[in-house]
Design a protein. Sequence first.
Length: 314
Amino acid sequence: MKDAGTLSLEEELTESCNALVHIRNRPLVALYYPEEMGSMEALDADDCYKILRQFGLHPDSKQSQLDVLVHTLGGDPKAAYRLAKCLRYFTDTVTFLVPEFAYSAGTLLCLSGNEIRFGHNAGISPIDISLQSGSESIELTAIDYFMEFVKDSQKEIQHILRKEGIKSPSRVGSDLLGRLLDQVQAIKVGSYYRERMLTRHYAEELLSRFMLVDLPNIEGRQNKILDHLLFKAPAHEFQVDYEQSVSYGLVAQEMTTDESSAAKQIIDKLRTMDAQGIICPEIYDWHRMPFFFYCDGTAPNLEDSESYTIDQNG
């Protein structure tokens, strides 16, 4: 083994991946999305499929078990659903490893696992839908809370008016809704509520087919999970940790200290490679490629992963 001071970043990543594979005793797929301009997009499932085939995996001879390490701030729910189905072509049992965070669409992806294992201080998040209004991004959760504010305001004003002997209804609710529609077009609000219901359908499908398939009371447990992740979140940025995940009904465990340290080390190496421009090239002004790779305990050929990413850029 080379001295640690002489290893390249690629070799350090290889050693970190092998360390986690040896601890877990099963192959590893890593899905790393850069934290700046990195999001799940429609073609990611096709890229992932090609890379796994490139590393020798085949849908007709599935792995019995597979770990999938995920690091993402989120993206398109449809992309997450397609990635989930892609990974399931190659294995019968999937454990999702979350060293730091798998937010929004990343959380949706994790619902396709048989289990989610959380690194220390790691978390998932609500599966929220964001819409663009001009140069600003607005979360659907924020609109939900605004609607609650409108209802509470209407009730409070009506209560005050009744105490003053005024029977005519207040216009405060309609005025506030009018201001909302001035800010965000009604057709956009409607389309994103429809998108949320589509996301719920994806989540129901993944939970019922994979995570909850052998458990009792699938429907009740599924409804509780989705209620928390889609409708009851305090905010888009709310972190759902291991304990909260279990209380929601998800099949989850906390990583051992060795697992957590090894998984976080992989993210540290990838983050450094990302910062130095070794992986995740920019393909548009607003988007950079993710980095996917596979490791089975031998030396993973990182050049295969990297060259495929570069081919997509070119």
